[in-house]
Design a protein around this ligand. Structure first.
Ligand code: FMN
Length: 259
């Protein structure tokens, strides 16, 4: 559900910058996690909307008439403070795990849109953004994709599958062979990693499926010859925890000055 609310300019800017991650509102309307709050900037001096709008998905709603947790004397003396908490990048990197079992719950278009519009902030060679996304929800097509991925059947379970592709023509037009063979694929890989992180940030699970029959996948998705599938990303609310992180120690892969 989408809910529209007014917001004053000084608060609008703080929401845009990401500093303000909470809203204090009268509980005179219904809202719940995954609903989207549409905040329209409204200037109390001119009493007009400025035209700026920002959409934010609700992650948590706490309702109360009075907070009985602290002694009334302390509340009268100090009052309440509402504190916004930011999750650090390292938390997100730790949170993202390959997830291969999904709940059947639908993932809303607003969430997918938000994940993708965040992910395209990724860097790309010459800013050519040589990536393409194919969104697949159709059960029959998901089944064909799973089969093209050498029967990795968990793909079928995901409510949505994003196939990230490299547009060789886009990078090739500026960078020739290096663009076609390397930059386009690099762009698609980076944006895929961003998608996995943005999905994890939204509480969604995903896994990078790279084992597939190229020709079969191209045919299923009707990709032109210059568009190459790079990552099949099944996405859904996790029905498993995934594995603990297991990584080599840094000194096994870190070289100083020379290999
Ligand atoms: C290029 C690439 C290809 C991958 N292909 C598959 C795959 O075909 N099937 C699969 O289940 N996982 C695949 N994975 C996921 C890896 O197995 C997983 O990322 C790795 O074991 C680390 O676990 P973590 O993602 O939970 O940290 C692939 C990952 C990458 C980056």
């Amino acid at each position: 559900m989408k809910i529209e609310k007014k917001i004053w300019p000084k608060y609008f800017d703080k929401v845009v910058s990401g500093d303000k991650t909470f809203e204090i509102r009268l509980a005179d309307f219904e809202c719940k996690p995954v609903d989207v709050l549409i905040l329209r900037e409204w200037d109390p001096e001119t009493k007009k909307y400025t035209g700026r709008v920002i959409e934010k998905e609700i992650t948590y709603v706490a309702k109360t008439k009075d907070i009985a947790f602290w002694p009334k004397d302390d509340v009268d003396k100090y009052g309440y403070q509402i504190i916004a908490l930011k999750s650090a990048f390292k938390d997100l990197a730790l949170k993202r795990r390959s997830i291969r079992a999904y709940k059947p719950d639908d993932v809303s278009d607003a969430v997918i849109n938000d994940i993708l519009s965040t992910s395209i902030l990724a860097p790309s060679a010459g800013n050519l953004q040589a990536w393409e996304f194919i969104l697949v929800k159709n059960a029959e097509r998901k089944k064909k994709i799973a089969s093209a991925c050498f029967e990795q059947d968990f793909i079928m379970e995901a409510p949505i599958v994003i196939v990230v592709c490299a547009n060789r023509k886009k990078s090739g037009s500026k960078y020739g062979k290096r663009g076609e063979e390397f930059y386009a694929v690099a762009d698609a890989c980076i944006v895929s990693a961003y998608i996995q992180l943005a999905a994890a940030d939204r509480g969604l699970g995903s896994v990078w499926v790279g084992a597939f029959n190229n020709g079969a996948l191209k045919e299923i998705l009707k990709l032109p010859d210059y568009v190459e599938p790079v990552a099949v990303l099944p996405l859904g609310y996790p029905a498993e925890e995934g594995h603990e992180k297991n990584r080599m120690s840094l000194n096994q892969v870190l070289h100083n000055e020379e290999f």
